[in-house]
Design a protein around this ligand. Sequence first.
Ligand code: WQD
Length: 337
Amino acid sequence: MPTVLLTGAAGYIGSHTWLALQSAGFEVVGLDDFSNSSARVLDRLKELGGRTPVFERASVTDAAALDGVFSRHRIDAVVHFAAFKAVGESTAQPLSYYANNVGGLVSTCEAMRRHGVKTMVFSSSATVYGEPKYLPYDEVHPLAAMNVYGRTKLFGEQILRDLEASDPAWKVAWLRYFNPVGAHESGRIGEDPRGTPNNLMPYVTQVAVGRREFLQVFGGDYDTPDGTGVRDYLHVMDLAEGHVAALRHLLEQRASATVNLGTGSGTSVLQLVAAFERASGRPIPYRIVERRPGDLPAFWADATLARELLGWQARRDLAAMCADSWRWQSRNPTGYD
Ligand code: WQD
């Protein structure tokens, strides 16, 4: 079976994709610099995968290190997760976001080319769609980034389109994630943000486990059913399996693809809170406060193309997302450390 290099492999989505790829029979080489993840993930992956993970500690901005990795392993394809992902932080630190997210992508592609590897799955985001011209977002919706983080994803997509146009031997899957939540059913790996969580679900789980006093609901006066923001939440294991489907498409069909990975339905903040309370049996106190600058009222995916082209669709529902998130957080109250 092919060998896949995962950059950012120790991260939330990378670690779950690692398990899904192994289950699907792929050989995996993980790469991470632990700038936004814990080395403890590797112990958990060994426990869950039943084998010692093949791992390389390196930054994707380090060309010499990447050459070493490609020399030591026969890589057939790369899944590129490695990137910083905090929207607010990206506005405060644009250079580090461009250096790591865009520079890191370029150096990864240069190393791939030097070693004759021209198959990549790129971790993109629904954030590249910007203000909705219509909903649900389909893959031909106009693109416009609303913040530095979003621009690093938009520029990353364009770099790969230009690369493919220059050399059709390159095969790329641009995967636009909606809102990943949940955790592996074992509760042994999960989302473990550093500092105060930016995203909704990890903040909710930290309230439930007693690390935070209450949830701030950013805005209760949006034009949505209950006034709170609506998003397309997607179980991280469904997302991981979407990467397996995309890799199979690239390796078997030898054709590139741009695909939304979402469930196709929207859930409001208060609906997610209620679902989490049902799943965990824990109350989630909240206060409705001012809107968060830059937030969109509502968006969700048109998930048709993933089903038709990749034969993939989300299978896990909101109750499972909440139950699995809670199992991870309740068994790991302070995350990995
Ligand atoms: C979801 C909803 C908030 C926190 C961002 C990035 C996206 C991806 C996922 C990287 C919104 C509300 C949140 C809180 C709240 N990141 N909320 N209280 O903003 O849709 O997407 O994270 O890949 O690219 O843009 O996700 O989880 O931050 O917010 O009320 O403490 O929850 O207003 O309506 P978002 P989110």
